[in-house]
Design a protein around this ligand. Structure first.
Ligand code: DC
Length: 218
């Protein structure tokens, strides 16, 4: 079974995906990690993130173990990593280089310890439209920009990452604009996706809407 959870940054995709993966014993693929890994590697090797050919080369060389290693870096989840990921993810050659790696995961899904899983929850921007257009269930989760910036700011504070709400909001606006206006795989719901606005919902209320959708597909 393949479930795709797409939507803008900090809409609640990660929480919902992790919950569904745990409840239904599915593997979880956070596809933002592949773009964060390439973006961070560009920054660490002092390349210009706008250099599409260099970013493509790094994307072609990316492996799962390398991605996991980079995910431990302090800037992987910071706004530096987020902006770099957003910029490299707009390069068509980078998206093409990373597509197979994301799609192949569904052919032989495994949990973090290597044991096989009976399906995958994909979390990203284009997993229902491009990565897995044949997924059994597609959900598009969104929320207002201010609510998402507030959530992301709270996460940063909890992790001890120094920033301000205004900076997070401005970054969120810039990232949304880039993610939705890029030529290749722009952020948009798949035609057959169920759209859920989480602005005024608690996580429990969101899950109460989603769980019956999954149960209906099982
Ligand atoms: O979900 P995230 O914040 O970790 O994603 C980081 C960036 O990666 C985001 O700005 C857009 C990009 N991304 C993408 O283009 N396609 C995906 N499927 C996932 C993320």
């Amino acid at each position: 079974m393949i479930i795709t959870i797409d939507g803008p940054a900090a809409a609640g995709k990660g929480t919902v995906s992790a919950y569904l993966a745990d409840k239904y014993k599915l593997a979880y693929f956070d596809t933002g990690m592949v773009y964060r890994a390439v973006g961070l590697q560009m920054v660490l090797t002092e390349n210009d993130v706008n250099d599409e050919d260099k970013a493509e080369q790094i994307a072609k060389e990316l492996t799962f173990p390398k991605m996991i290693e980079l995910s431990k870096h302090k800037d992987f989840r910071s706004d530096i990593g987020g902006q770099a990921a957003s910029i490299v993810s707009a390069h068509p050659k980078v998206r093409a280089a990373l597509l197979k790696m994301q799609q192949n995961f569904a052919l032989n899904p495994t949990f973090a310890d290597g044991t096989p899983a009976r399906g995958v929850v994909y979390d990203g921007r284009d997993t229902g439209t491009v990565v897995c257009p044949n997924a059994e269930l597609k959900i598009f989760i969104t929320a207002s920009t201010e609510v998402r910036a507030q959530r992301r700011y709270k996460e940063f504070v909890e992790k001890g990452i120094a920033t301000s709400y205004d900076k997070v909001l401005q970054d969120m606006i810039a990232r949304d604009k880039r993610d939705s206006s890029r030529a290749t795989a722009p952020l948009k719901p798949a035609e057959d996706a169920v759209i859920i606005d989480t602005s005024d919902l608690s996580i429990d209320e969101v899950l109460q809407k989603i769980v019956p959708l999954v149960e209906a597909k099982l």
